[in-house]
Design a protein around this ligand. Sequence first.
Ligand SMILES: Cc1cc2nc3c(=O)[nH]c(=O)nc-3n(C[C@H](O)[C@H](O)[C@H](O)COP(=O)(O)OP(=O)(O)OC[C@H]3O[C@@H](n4cnc5c(N)ncnc54)[C@H](O)[C@@H]3O)c2cc1C
Length: 541
Amino acid sequence: MKRWNGWGDDQTIYPLSNLAKEYLISILGKGASGADASLEDVIKSVPGSRLPNHASISIDREDRLRHACGQSLPDWINLRAGRIPSFPDGVIYPDSVTEVRDTLSFARKNNLILIPYGGGTSVLRHISPPQGEIPVLTIDLSQLNQLIDISETNQLATFEAGIKGVEIEHHLNQHGYTLGHYPQSFEYSTLGGWIATRSCGQQSYYYGRIEDMFKGGHIETPKGPLDILPFPASASGPDLRHLILGSEGRFGIITQATVAIKPIPEFEEFFGIIFKDWESGFLAVKEIAQKDIHLSMMRLSDAQETETTMILSGKRNLVRWAGFGLDKLGYRNQRCLLIIGITGSRNQAPQTRRAALQVSRKHGGLFTGKFIGNTWRKSRFLAPYLRNSLWDHGYALDTLETAVSWKNVQLVKDKTVNAIVDVNHRWNDHVLVFGHLSHVYPTGASIYITYLFRRSIDPDENLARWQEIKQAASQAIISNGGTISHQHGVGHDHASYLATEKGQIGMDLLSNTGRFFDPSGLMNPGKIFNSDGEFQSKGST
Ligand SMILES: Cc1cc2nc3c(=O)[nH]c(=O)nc-3n(C[C@H](O)[C@H](O)[C@H](O)COP(=O)(O)OP(=O)(O)OC[C@H]3O[C@@H](n4cnc5c(N)ncnc54)[C@H](O)[C@@H]3O)c2cc1C
């Protein structure tokens, strides 16, 4: 069963090895592991529902608890402490477009707030119910999970939008096709959620981001239904898909989506290259991205991440011997790991590999074979389970991400890391912070930063520390040319930073579009822009 206060299925455990524990203690100190609130106790804290009776709405307290939070660090802190700030008053599970439409009209008639819920994997409090007088109804789209049509001639497939990544691949693979969208949350996140947050999968270099795959669909808005047709290309004015991409449940509910599919690739491999330092790896990755080399993934870890990943893998002998061998070859404590993926045609692969290795070697890269790449591939959806074990051992983990032009990649990474370190100094405590370039483009790259700190047994302290880190890091990102999000979206936690990149007219355009689709302001208020169209001031909480 899905964990109610952590990540994933409760039968899957990614334990912390002794090696990992020793490492974390040496850097952060011993974590304090206070007892978490029990499910039974938290259920008791769920208040009565304020919704009018409706045969299809569940007002079951556990159901409402399980839809109250996503996967952000503040969500975790609140869930583990059993202090959830607000709950939806009910949850509805429509299994047809008609039921979605009826739910919209029920919400409108009864003056309710409506929150579309895909897989609940948001890390930015996209699905958190606002506190206040107005009752909240969460519309869980998990029953809209069917394949509607697959056209091999057009290489298009149409799905209901509540379908999860695993189910999409299951359907397509049976026909010899794939969507190839693999966010790390793939097990639980949904097609509608991906579109609504402009998600990016791990192999976007080959398959594209979700906006490259999303060709059209059906959206139920409070104003009425909107159909977007899946033309191969069109010059007929502004592209309405881009109104829906990233709309985060503010403009309506995506009920069906047509996506571009590809035949299952005949070839795929992942391998590792070690560089002496970040600078050399950075130059290699940039050069590869700017040449016409058809990879499916490049992920360059900094020295801290390279070391931490090896140690968290828990294989003491492997870490010892790999370290020893690499030291001898001159790849010492600043070494950085690059994982490269090649996907596609068997004929083209050797040429692609040669081209990537040639550039890597030019920058001192050492080819280490497929072991590291295969290990990464096997654990790619398992890694988030480590967060459960880290929490149990007293450590909180959060991630941040951005994208920025090549010229500023180093600056933004350094400033963001320094901002995180500075805040933790002020808290008189250590932090373990590391990062990687996760997606690369000819014009720039996305930077993904992970940090861990020893959590306090006082949830308020944890929340306050998280808030300071988030604010300092977000300011570092936006004031040095980075976007507030490359892939996670805006939600609640990034809303106050958005104006810096959109500007006043851009923000007005978004809030006016919201008013057009949703004149009574029932759709997921407080996310992306304020319902009243006002600017939120930069960095407000
Ligand atoms: C461990 C972990 C790893 C992650 N890795 C990645 C990653 O690699 N790449 C990445 O891009 N993201 C990643 N994320 C973030 C998250 O998975 C994505 O934002 C994902 O797209 C959310 O999908 P969801 O179905 O869970 O949506 P939810 O979290 O349920 O909702 C997100 C937003 O979309 C809206 N929404 C959902 N469905 C619909 C719909 N049908 N119609 C209208 N609005 C809708 C909601 O109202 C909400 O505003 C990760 C998250 C976690 C916890």
